[in-house]
Design a protein around this ligand. Structure first.
Ligand code: NAP
Length: 545
């Protein structure tokens, strides 16, 4: 895109925010409150981001609803009623629409407007943003609220476009639904999305075939209806709960006991346990028996012993030993992939109308007009559900042509992995801020509290720039290099970076993506403290003009 109109007298907004999910809505609220003229551009036809697009049957959050919500307005906290411990997609979408209405946000949101290109105009220190209708909009600052898990991964399976039935991606599920009743359905993928939708699809399908490349580590969510008393008990101590969230490693206060991203902390090594102790753990904790030991987070032998407890629970749950073996994770450690919470996932494989195709033994050769052909033959299908995940953390940014100083293209510069300062800023792309981007805790911490901290920090930064008559902020190379090194350093020795671990955390779910651990695993408190230090030091590590 060439810059045709360098006239800044008519900026379309002080700040353009890309995306109207949780992050974009909060950015609009806080920046507008601060007096900025804000324009939000949203590709979808409604607000909600992840919770707008992922409408597949069974879609549900795996963070307790009272925590997976904003804390910036105590009145909002008190008035909103969550009906379940783990909220369903429709409920979260309603909540985000309520926020859009309650704070009169819609007047500054343009839905149905995708951003295709962005150019930094060095003559005026402004961004020119091009939309999918060819419109060009100019703003001083841009906030990328494009989401970490929002660029769908459509698998490159031969013949995929030849299928004559319905083919649908979980993350692009049509708002008016998909005809599933009595159909022969195939699901590809057993990450969080697949694990959530499989039990729901099995209930309505004539037959459900699950094509599984890697078995999931998944735990029963024990989701339940929230009683008025339970809700009231939390609402009376909401300030304390929010403080616990901000101060916790992963932004969770553990209101349900399901703090899924952490290992046990009491001194309880599995390597020193007896068979009787392990059996007692299985009896008492079921699938969670593998998560109570202290040595599994860093020691691969201990980890493998714990995984064996998980496999034992699968054997005890699944009637057919072959299917049980097929569902059993092997060859990669517990804690390397994002853990999953489910509702009757393993039990679903005991149903007569469900078949597991273990792609470790039987490969997908092609998709034909009638179904999926594996090495063992054609499986005829009416509907194929792609639960194949995302080009995580970087994909939503690299799919836009973002050009910074001297025409540099972000996609090219990140070819060997993302380079950011604090996860929010990139050298050569002044005045561009990323919400929950790579190099920040991002997917490792509960989004709403993290968004409040990070977008709040960006808003403070913009206020500082205004107060000091500055119109340009750019990360410095040395600060960015040091941050990237720190992000890498803290990931070393964790299960996330084990050699046997391939996941979307390290880009290995996408062909050709470099192996780089993408989020910051130092925890939310350390991250926030670092951001505050930078601010207190006059935004150290940034060039300001
Ligand atoms: P995912 O975890 O990346 O899972 C994708 C699945 O598709 C994996 O099993 C993957 O196998 C498989 N797959 C990909 N390409 C394939 C191919 N060509 N052939 C066969 N199998 C293929 O994606 P996701 O399930 O959408 O979840 C992504 C993240 O979104 C989650 O980890 C979570 O953070 C978030 N999420 C959260 C919730 C929730 O709150 N409950 C729900 C949904 C998603 P491999 O493992 O072998 O690559």
């Amino acid at each position: 895109m060439s810059i045709t109109n360098p006239d800044t007298s008519a900026l379309d907004a002080d700040v353009i925010v890309v995306g109207a999910g949780m992050c974009g809505l909060y950015a609009l609220k806080v920046l507008r409150d601060q007096g900025h003229q804000v324009l939000v551009l949203e590709k979808g036809s409604g607000v909600g981001g992840t919770w707008f697009w992922n409408r597949y049957p069974g879609a549900r959050c795996d963070i307790p609803s009272l925590e997976y919500s904003f804390g910036f307005d105590p009145e909002l906290e008190q008035e909103w009623v969550w009906t379940e411990h783990f909220a369903s997609q429709p409920e979260i979408e309603r909540y985000l629409n309520h926020i859009a209405d309650r704070y009169d946000l819609r007047r500054d949101i343009r839905v149905g407007t995708g951003v295709t290109a962005m150019d930094f105009d060095e003559a005026t220190n402004t961004w020119l943003v091009e939309t999918d209708s060819g419109e060009r909009l100019r703003a001083r600052y841009c906030v990328m609220a494009t989401g970490g898990l929002s660029a769908p991964n459509r698998p490159n399976i031969p013949g995929i476009d030849s299928f004559t039935g319905t083919i649908v991606q979980t993350s692009l599920w049509p708002a008016d639904g998909v005809e599933l009743e009595g159909k022969r359905i195939g699901v590809i993928g057993t990450g969080s999305s697949g694990v959530q939708t499989i039990p729901e699809l099995a209930k309505v399908a004539a037959h459900l075939t699950v094509f599984q490349r890697t078995p999931a580590f998944t735990w029963p969510s024990q989701n339940k209806v929230l009683t008025d008393d339970e809700q009231a008990a939390i609402k009376t101590r909401y300030r304390e709960l929010r403080r616990e969230q901000y101060e916790s490693f992963s932004g969770t206060a553990g209101t349900t006991g399901a703090v899924i991203l952490q290992f046990a902390t009491d001194d309880h090594p599995i390597l020193e346990s007896t068979p009787e102790e392990r059996e007692a753990a299985l009896q008492e904790k079921g699938f969670s028996a593998c998560r109570i030991w202290t040595d599994t987070a860093k020691n691969l032998d201990a980890n493998e012993m714990a995984v064996e407890l998980f496999r034992e629970m699968i054997r005890r749950t699944i009637k057919d030993p072959d299917v049980a073996e097929g569902l059993s994770p092997r060859g990669f450690p517990l804690g390397c992939k994002r853990p999953v919470l489910d509702t009757n996932y393993f039990e679903t494989f005991n149903r007569d109308n469900v078949t597991l195709v273990d792609l470790r033994r039987d490969c997908i050769e092609e998709i034909t007009p009638n179904g999926i052909r594996t090495t063992h033959g054609l499986i005829e299908l009416d509907v194929i559900v792609l639960a194949t995940g995302f080009d995580a953390l970087t994909g939503a940014l690299t799919r836009i042509d973002i050009r910074g100083c001297e025409g540099r293209l972000l996609r090219n510069e990140w070819a060997d992995g993302p380079h950011t300062y604090l996860g929010v800023s990139v050298v050569g792309y002044p005045n561009l801020f990323i919400g929950v981007g790579p190099g920040s805790p991002g997917v490792l911490a509960t989004y709403p509290p993290q968004i409040e901290l990070q977008i709040g920090w960006i808003a403070d930064f913009l206020r500082y720039l205004g107060e000091h008559d500055l119109t340009l902020a750019e990360a410095q190379q040395s600060a960015q290099d040091a941050w990237v090194e720190h992000v890498n350093e803290v990931s070393i020795g964790t299960m996330f970076t084990a050699a046997s671990c391939n996941s979307w955390y390290n880009g290995q779910n996408i062909e050709g993506k470099p192996r780089v651990f993408l989020p910051y695993v130092g925890g939310l408190p350390l991250y926030t403290a670092r951001c505050h230090e930078v601010a207190a030091d006059g935004y150290a590590g940034f060039t300001l003009r």
